[in-house]
Design a protein around this ligand. Structure first.
Ligand SMILES: *[C@@H]1O[C@H](CO)[C@@H](O)[C@H](O)[C@H]1NC(C)=O
Ligand SMILES: *[C@@H]1O[C@H](CO)[C@@H](O)[C@H](O)[C@H]1NC(C)=O
Ligand SMILES: *[C@@H]1O[C@H](CO)[C@@H](O)[C@H](O)[C@H]1NC(C)=O
Ligand SMILES: *[C@@H]1O[C@H](CO)[C@@H](O)[C@H](O)[C@H]1NC(C)=O
Ligand SMILES: *[C@@H]1O[C@H](CO)[C@@H](O)[C@H](O)[C@H]1NC(C)=O
Length: 459
């Protein structure tokens, strides 16, 4: 039953993708990977047509002497969401022509060379957006044939590994995408190097690097290299191209390096911004008169809280200290504001991504506007919140609490059958439900939610 309705949503939303690039509104939606692909177990082979087949992560090949050699695929382009290469050897990167050469014995003793075209941004299915991402050609040469090949000579030798990734696409325009598409997958790929790794960034946006600088500095001790403009050949002993994307704002426990999880990611975030508060308040735990702090996260263009002062008054009367603010782009400042709070409430939107700064055990309350936001809500924030050791609640507004009621009668399909309105067209969904809807809480109805929050804060 659950999986049936989930799939229905998933199919419904999947086809929506693709219209949204210039909008600050926000969406996700990648069709989860549903079934295993056939796995070919390739032993050492003289067959050269095997370049892009999925094979097992490592397999051991027996050479006649009985000696066992570990082999590992260089690029895997069979995942529906991302392309990913991980190669060790003599690796040379010519940025200006987006060409990578790798002399390696990683795949064993293959004949000839193998090459892959890889776009290092993990939303492969979104063809419109991927059209803006730079493509790299990765060429692997077997060690045996290295002498015959003529890779360009090294201009700069580096002694540490590097990761190639793009910060173009949606990451450049949306805080949620920045974390789910880049920062978290980048953490999963590079935390293993403990700072001894260089980032080769393509589609570089200066403001993006500056905005997330504190996080990037935790991951790499070196200056970021804008690879697109590099005419010198940079040489590395180990190169990762692309980022592996698991679920939104989460880390795959199976492929993440060293078994890192969101727990370690949150630790890194705390270090990056010197966040002081580790755990949310526990009411009744001490004699202190400290009050739980509530952050009301507002938006000022769409999906606004129209009676934010009334909500704040209610909260104060129930014993909260209240902070009302929009999401700020200065993360040094804003991360500390969020971290100082025990509860955060906001309407579905990218600003909620700031929940990464909340202390453990804090409560996120996501407000769901009218229009069938359930799947988006849990996929974007609800499920990730649990992985981050937060507690999660939803407040689904009633028609009376939506300004859509000023535009449509109560029996209109806008309320009764949202799908018949947007028909899987993201642009339509956005214009009706995201851009033209504000909310006005019925505070006597909402009061129950605050009561629940207070109850939770006792535990
Ligand atoms: C390649 O990716 C597919 C899909 O994610 C995965 O099932 C497979 O195990 C991967 N192969 C290797 C060699 O990592
Ligand atoms: C790889 O092989 C192709 C054709 O088989 C050749 O054109 C290319 O130069 C080779 N690349 C390298 C680096 O040897
Ligand atoms: C880089 O290292 C290679 C091999 O160790 C060496 O031949 C080459 O001269 C070095 N190049 C530079 C620019 O240091
Ligand atoms: C919100 O308001 C501030 C100033 O009051 C403005 O600078 C900012 O651009 C506004 N944000 C949006 C999304 O309109
Ligand atoms: C507000 O909520 C209360 C409690 O749920 C309900 O009795 C009341 O009718 C609601 N008011 C409006 C205007 O819908």
């Amino acid at each position: 039953m659950f999986s049936k309705s989930f799939n229905r949503y998933e199919h419904r939303y999947w086809s929506i993708i693709g219209f949204f690039i210039f909008s600050l509104a926000f969406f996700i939606l990648l069709k989860p990977y549903l079934g295993p692909l056939p796995i070919l177990n390739l032993k050492l082979s003289m067959n050269t047509d095997i370049t892009v087949q999925p094979i097992e992560n490592t397999n051991t090949s027996h050479i006649s002497s009985g000696e066992v050699i570990e082999t590992k695929q260089i690029c895997n382009v069979s995942d529906p969401k991302f392309d990913f290469c991980d190669v060790e050897g003599d690796i040379r990167v010519h940025g200006k022509s987006s060409t990578i050469f790798a002399a390696t014995s990683q795949m064993g003793d293959f004949v000839g060379n193998k090459s892959w075209n890889v776009k290092p941004y993990p939303r492969k299915k979104d063809q419109f957006m991927m059209g803006m991402i730079k493509e790299f050609s990765v060429n692997a040469i077997s060690r045996r044939e290295e002498a015959a090949a003529t890779p360009p000579p090294c201009g700069i030798n580096h002694s540490v590994p590097a990761v190639v990734f793009s910060v173009g696409g949606y990451a450049a325009i949306n805080h949620w995408h920045a974390f789910t598409d880049i920062l978290i997958p980048l953490f999963a790929a590079s935390a293993q190097f403990q700072g001894e790794v260089k980032f080769l960034v393509t589609n570089l946006e200066e403001f993006w690097i500056m905005k997330y600088e504190a996080i990037l500095e935790q991951l790499s001790r070196y200056e970021i290299i804008n690879i697109d403009t590099e005419d010198q050949v940079h040489c590395f002993p180990h190169l990762i191209v692309g980022l592996q994307h698991y679920k939104e704002l989460r880390i795959d426990p199976l492929t993440a390096s060293k078994g890192y999880s969101m727990k370690e990611f949150r630790k890194l975030i705390r270090n990056a911004y010197s966040l002081k508060k580790l755990t949310a308040i526990k009411i009744g735990n001490s004699n202190s008169q400290e009050k739980p702090r509530l952050l009301i996260l507002t938006r000022n263009a769409s999906r606004r809280f129209l009676n934010v002062n009334e909500i704040a008054e209610l909260a104060k009367s129930m014993g909260f200290e209240v902070v009302i603010t929009e999401a700020l782009t200065n993360l040094d400042k804003f991360s500390n504001i969020v971290n100082s709070c025990d509860v955060m409430i906001g309407i579905h939107g990218a600003g909620l991504t700031n929940f990464v700064f909340l202390p453990n055990n804090a409560i996120l309350i996501q407000v769901l506007p009218c229009g069938g936001f359930e799947w988006l809500a849990s996929n974007c924030f609800g499920d990730p919140a649990l992985d981050m050791e937060l507690r999660y609640m939803e407040y689904k507004i009633k028609e009376e609490e939506s300004t859509l009621l000023e535009q449509y009668p109560l029996d209109h399909p806008v309320f009764k059958d949202p799908h018949s309105i947007h028909k899987d067209d993201w642009g339509m969904f956005k214009s009706v439900y995201l851009d033209k809807q504000d909310v006005k809480f019925n505070v006597s109805r909402f009061k129950d939610t605050f009561l629940e929050v207070l109850e939770l804060l006792h535990h």
